[in-house]
Design a protein around this ligand. Structure first.
Ligand SMILES: [Zn+2]
Ligand SMILES: [Zn+2]
Length: 345
């Protein structure tokens, strides 16, 4: 490769993105250079854009939901030659600290997430350690592949809350990821699947994608959920919004003995009130889940390869890198689009 420079979307400060000519990352001996094909815009990117997350890392090239092909390999890379279609586990961990030894790489003391802590994939090229690379099947669409990272987050959460078939799942939220939770719950055999949301069109979409009942968020929802679950409440309640009010709702929507899943990224200083008495008496449990790592990604590849997710509506809006700033502005208010993919070519 003769090129030394590439285009990358630099997040300069909250609310300000500029597409710049920057140096192509130099790969180390154990790294590969990936030519990015598509990179999706996710809620986390919006949080970075809005200055509520990872603000101390700016200026930064964001972007972590990507697919591409291997362009070049470092001296010590054996597994790849170049030309392979790939995605990556974006959670770069050290592999040797206490947490890595416990197989909890997301808690790694030196964890760096691509596009969140270090420069990411809203750029033509990105450098990735060989062991974080996952090859995708030849026949897999690059757009589908760009959705594997968010899917892996949902796959991980499903494993953490350990859903069993015929359990009821209540999902709070009607966003892009909430509708992946719907599909995941369906894969796991959950019944019924209930979505509590606000937007009529999204609720329609939720139904198309396998939701049994959609309920408008509001005071009436507690009774509605109870009546759909034989008077008990959800076996599992997934918060996929990230607001204090919706986190508080989880305690009222879950059945005695049920599980609450903390998924929607709340602001760092967000506080929520709950009654310890109720948690004790009802033996409630809550599990947090932050990303998808390692096998979560491999399993996502298998599920997508075998068409277990309907991703059509996530692939309809594609913008060029030059238009990325407008795309972020659009996502602030436009709920008609589930996902925007940025085309890097
Ligand atoms: Zn994401
Ligand atoms: Zn570590």
């Amino acid at each position: 490769m003769n090129k030394k420079q590439m285009r990358g979307a630099m997040f300069l400060e909250p609310g300000k993105i500029e597409v710049q000519e920057v140096n192509i990352p130099e790969i180390k001996e154990n790294e590969v250079l990936v030519k990015v094909k598509y990179c999706g815009i996710c809620g986390t990117d919006m949080h970075i854009y809005n200055g509520v997350y990872s603000k101390d890392k700016l200026p930064l090239i964001a972007g972590h939901e990507f697919s591409g092909t291997i362009e070049a390999v470092g001296k010590n890379v054996n597994r790849f030659k170049g030309g392979e279609k790939v995605v990556a586990d974006i959670n770069f961990s050290c592999g040797t600290c206490f947490y890595c030894r416990q197989d909890q790489p997301l808690m790694c003391e030196q964890m760096e997430q691509l596009g969140i802590h270090i420069d990411g994939a809203f750029a033509e090229y990105v450098a990735i350690p060989e062991h974080m690379i996952y090859e995708i099947p030849d026949e897999m669409d690059f757009k589908d592949a760009a959705l594997l990272e968010p899917i892996s987050c949902v796959v991980r959460s499903a494993k953490k809350y350990n859903i069993k078939f015929a359990e009821s799942v209540v999902i709070i939220g009607d966003g892009a990821i909430a509708l992946i939770h719907v599909q995941m719950a369906k894969i796991c055999g959950a019944a019924p699947i209930i979505v509590v949301g606000l937007d009529d069109k999204r609720m329609e979409k939720a139904k198309e994608l396998g939701t049994d009942y959609v309920i408008k968020s509001g005071e009436g929802m507690y009774d509605e959920v109870k009546s759909l679950t034989e008077g008990r409440g959800g076996d599992v309640v997934i918060e996929s919004v990230g607001l204090p009010v919706t986190y508080e709702q989880t305690f009222k929507l879950v059945r005695p003995g049920g599980r609450i899943v903390a998924f929607g990224l709340a602001k760092e200083d967000c506080m929520v009130g709950y009654k310890p008495f109720e948690v004790i008496i009802k033996e409630l449990s809550m599990v947090g889940t932050v990303a998808g790592a390692k096998n979560d990604l491999a399993e996502s590849i298998t599920l997508v390869k075998h068409n277990r997710f309907n991703l059509e509506d996530y692939k309809t809006t594609v913008v060029q890198l030059e238009d990325i700033a407008q795309a972020f502005e659009r996502l602030k208010t436009d709920r008609s689009v589930l996902k925007i993919l940025v085309d890097m070519e």
